[in-house]
Design a binder for this molecule. Structure first.
Ligand code: ATP
Ligand code: MG
Length: 230
């Protein structure tokens, strides 16, 4: 039931507790229109990553509803949900296999030229040109000889190629040097054009591209608004 293209997000009075006692998220409500970028800020332990996990249904909230473009995510299969919602975290999962398979998840419909174009937009062009076997180059499980930054950029490339309607980035650029991060931000702006995005960060400066900002403290929204208002 999820539409193609950018997804709207709606949290309606969502309360969640890991232990059934203390609420990690409490009566959380917010909405995001299709194509918008939300900057989600808050101190360590405020519940940001928990919110992301609920969106992917690693856990279900005890109260409240989460919808994507009007569809309650409880009415989606997990496969469908996770095809439409991508989570990019600091722990990148590289599987043993070719670069092509790692980037497309075996979707044969994605052309090699498209993959190479995305890699070059992310600033991995020179890295790619130096590979002995191009897209057929094998990667080891866990990434092996890749640097942490390269692995992170590949994770982004994967997101861009599989075209989810919502991308959640959980402090996803923390392993990149400033120059690479800058270059990536540019590529991200362009590539996220047709997607909704939730960017999780600790600092306002990290989420310059956000249309809306939500600040969490102890699982509650303490501030929200357009970026320039805060
Ligand atoms: P950070 O900025 O450090 O990533 P965060 O805002 O992402 O923090 P969460 O990871 O959502 O914070 O954690 C919110 C609260 O829930 C914390 O008190 C944390 O200890 C607790 N918590 C997180 N994961 C679990 C878990 N699997 N089981 C029990 N409690 C958890
Ligand atoms: Mg976190």
């Amino acid at each position: 039931p999820l539409p193609q293209g950018p997804l709207g997000v709606e949290f309606n009075d969502v309360t969640f507790s890991y232990d059934g006692d203390q609420a990690t998220l409490e009566k959380l409500s917010f909405s995001l229109k299709p194509g918008e970028v939300l900057g989600l800020l808050g101190r360590t332990g405020s519940g940001k990553s928990t919110l992301a996990r609920l969106l992917l249904r690693f856990y279900d909230p005890q109260q409240g509803t989460i919808s994507l473009s009007g569809t309650n995510i409880r009415d989606c299969t997990l496969t469908e949900l996770r095809k439409h919602v991508a989570l990019v975290t600091q722990n990148i999962e590289i599987m043993q296999g070719t670069i092509r398979d790692n980037l497309t998840f075996f979707d044969n419909g994605i052309a090699d030229e498209t993959i190479i174009e995305v890699l070059s937009e992310l600033g991995l062009g020179a890295w790619f040109d130096a590979l002995p076997e191009g897209l057929d180059t094998m990667l080891a499980s866990g990434g092996g000889s890749l640097s942490a930054g390269e692995a992170q950029l590949l994770a982004f490339a994967r997101v861009f190629l599989t075209k989810p309607g919502l991308v959640i980035m959980d402090e996803a650029s923390s392993r990149l040097d400033p120059l690479t991060e800058q270059r990536m931000e540019k590529a991200v702006s362009k590539l996220l054009d047709a997607r909704s995005c939730i960017m999780i960060a600790h600092r306002l400066a990290t989420v310059q591209r956000a249309d809306h900002i939500l600040i969490l403290e102890h699982g509650k929204v303490i501030e929200s608004g357009r970026r320039e208002e805060l």
